[in-house]
Design a protein. Structure first.
Lengths: 188, 125
């Protein structure tokens, strides 16, 4: 993505040419919708959330300081909104204490492919405390770039690293249970 | 599951493509937002007399409390307070001779004016 194009389009919008905002939308719609999707796991809701994020960006366009990249500013606005939206209406929570799932896993019934493991990991992430979940979502969304995740979340890099480490630890301890649940579901 | 495996699972997440009408829908919302009338500003001119009256009443009340401290029944705490106030009252009386309440009011108004100016200037930057 070309940062100069963003800047030119922003200048045009601020000068009154609203149609220039469409180029910004077209350029950033996919990342913003995908980021929303990683938070809510619902395609339709992700689009609604991304639309509201674009609207907020449009309203606050004057507030973009040119010392930061437009994309960082846009992601920070979107992340902030997505997090508050998920606090307002959380995605469907998965119960944490499924003893049967753990038992099935321990019984050695595991023959899971990559897709199943991916599903189990995503479920386990959904059930994480929000502060760890948000950091994990942003870290992987930004292709494992800690500083980009920190900018989007408005947190110091040290905090992001600490939460990342703790989040992964919790994830590893809880994952067997989610894998077991998946096996049970498939067996039924 | 090892950290590498976690990385692999997350990095291989499939991406979704926004629906074909998404950009159009966003732009419709943006245009509707842009054509909406600006929000009604807070009526400072109308509110100012009321705010001033509040500030004057508060200053008056504070001064009054310090000038007539010994009203009501006298508990231990009140007696201690009265002693403390007895020391302060002469100072306040002296300050009043020089119009301290007006100076205080002036300072409060200046502060409010400055805050308002910063707020308005900050909104336009």
């Amino acid at each position: 993505m070309d940062a100069r194009e963003d800047q030119e389009d922003v200048e045009r919008v601020l000068a009154g040419d609203i149609s220039a905002f469409e180029r910004i939308v077209l350029r950033w719609q996919k990342p913003l919708v995908n980021l929303a999707y990683r938070f809510c796991r619902d395609r339709s809701r992700a689009e609604d959330m991304a639309q509201e994020a674009f609207l907020r960006a449009f309203r606050g366009l004057k507030g973009w300081r040119r010392d930061a990249a437009f994309s960082s500013w846009l992601f920070a606005i979107a992340t902030n909104f997505y997090r508050s939206e998920m606090r307002r209406i959380p995605e469907g929570m998965v119960p944490l204490d499924s003893i049967e799932g753990r038992a099935a896993l321990n019984a050695g019934l595991i023959e899971l492919n990559d897709e199943d493991r991916g599903r189990a990991v995503r479920r386990a992430v959904s059930a994480l405390p929000r502060k760890y979940k948000d950091v994990l979502v942003l870290f992987y969304f930004h292709e494992m770039d800690v500083s980009a995740a920190a900018r989007s979340l408005g947190l110091p890099e040290g905090t992001v690293k600490a939460r990342l480490s703790r989040g992964r630890k919790i994830l590893r301890s809880r994952l067997p249970q989610f894998l077991g649940e998946l096996i049970l579901e498939e067996a039924q | 599951m090892k950290p590498d495996e976690l990385d692999r699972v997350f990095s291989n997440e499939s991406e979704i493509v926004p629906s074909s009408g998404f950009a159009r829908s966003v732009m419709a919302a943006v245009r509707s937002e842009a054509s909406a009338p600006p929000p009604i500003p807070f009526p400072w001119k109308r509110a100012m007399p009321g705010l001033l009256a509040c500030v004057v009443a508060i200053v008056w009340g504070v001064v009054d409390v310090f000038r007539y401290p010994s009203r009501g029944s006298g508990s231990v705490a009140q007696t201690t307070m009265t002693h403390w106030i007895d020391g302060v009252v002469p100072l306040l009386d002296k300050a009043r001779m020089f119009g301290a309440e007006w100076v205080l009011l002036g300072l409060l108004l200046t502060y409010a004016g400055l805050k308002l100016t910063w707020h308005l200037a900050g909104r336009r930057m």
